[in-house]
Design a protein around this ligand. Structure first.
Ligand code: NDP
Length: 285
């Protein structure tokens, strides 16, 4: 039997409608309009496209978004000053610096300059620490979207063996931590893992976050497993994930398509984090 599709596009649309209603209520009851500042340095086409997507999605749910486009030769000091400006601005509840940055700017100094309370990407060490130590904080958007997708489809996490392939700071590690927090038994694999299939075959929940098309093949899947494909790869002008979708869907129980799986959930969680930040600053529960 073919796997059930984890439809990120449909779920993202439903969540955005919930967020839109919450934004409207916050505005009507408290006069607070959630504000998001996006800083884009340089003219990388992929970054420009991501930023346009974020701006459009924000506007659609009623979030006030400010996009600041800055030249590629910008000094680090000027960028830090712009961040300070938005840190101080009470109408801004979320600040995001689109990565990657040009080589003259140190990413870690930029990320740590953002106020942890406005760090809607969840990359500031304070928020990273909160994810590991427990307690409130911003969770990075892609991992948060993956968890939301699993939960909303009523897939049991507690007690499951979750295998995460990839250990980046923006996807692999935080998603592993979130799954652990939900009481999965978690294995993390990476480029030095010997015999990847040995681990993936044990996975009740498999998350592939690598960036290699076709890495995960059907023989590496436990029958009935939940397969979450985070990878985005361009092959012959087409977007594909890390999972051999056509073959794996005949063995898995659930599977995310690419595109239309994890991708649409990522921006949705950015909107969610911005709304949450505005509610928190306005002391609204
Ligand atoms: P990184 O390149 O930062 O990390 C890739 C990870 O994969 C590393 O931990 C690396 O191991 C591991 N890896 C590489 N080759 C292998 C292999 N052969 N076997 C096992 N593990 C391997 O990528 P990101 O985490 O940033 O992104 C991963 C993918 O997800 C990309 O395709 C990216 O485009 C996509 N992505 C999608 C998003 C979405 O919204 N859908 C959002 C963010 C990313 P090691 O640490 O040892 O080098």
């Amino acid at each position: 039997m073919s796997a059930q599709i984890l439809d990120g596009k449909q779920l993202a649309a439903a969540l955005r409608e919930e967020i839109r209603r919450d934004v409207e209520e916050l505005r009507a009851k408290r006069g607070i309009v959630p504000g998001l500042a996006v800083l884009l340095v340089g003219d990388d086409p992929a970054s420009q496209s991501y930023v346009r997507g974020k701006q459009k999605a924000s506007t659609e749910v009623g979030i006030h978004s400010v996009v600041e486009r800055l030249p590629a030769d910008l000094s680090e000091q000027t960028l830090l000053e712009r961040i300070d400006h938005y840190n101080e601005d009470p109408s801004i509840h979320g600040i995001l610096v689109q990565l990657p940055l040009p080589p003259q700017i140190a990413e870690d100094r930029v990320i740590t300059r953002i106020s942890p309370g406005k760090d809607v990407d969840g990359f500031h060490p304070w928020n990273v620490g909160r994810l590991y130590s427990g307690g409130e904080g911003f969770v990075p958007c892609t991992p948060a979207g993956i968890l939301e997708m699993i939960r909303r489809n009523r897939i049991e996490i507690a007690g499951a063996h979750a295998v995460v392939v990839g250990r980046s700071g923006i996807v692999g590690k935080p998603v592993a931590q979130l799954l652990l927090r939900e009481n999965a038994t978690v294995t993390i694999c990476h480029s030095k893992t010997k015999d990847l299939g040995f681990y993936t075959k044990q996975a009740d929940i498999l998350v592939a976050a690598v960036g290699r098309p076709g890495l995960i093949t059907a023989d590496m899947i436990k029958p009935g497993a939940v397969v979450i494909d985070v990878g985005i790869n361009r092959v012959d002008g087409r977007l594909v994930g890390d999972v051999d979708f056509e073959a794996v869907k005949e063995r898995a129980g659930w599977i995310t398509p690419v595109p239309g799986g994890v991708g649409p959930m990522t921006i949705t969680m950015l909107l969610y984090n911005t709304l949450w930040s505005a509610k928190r600053m306005g002391n609204v529960q």
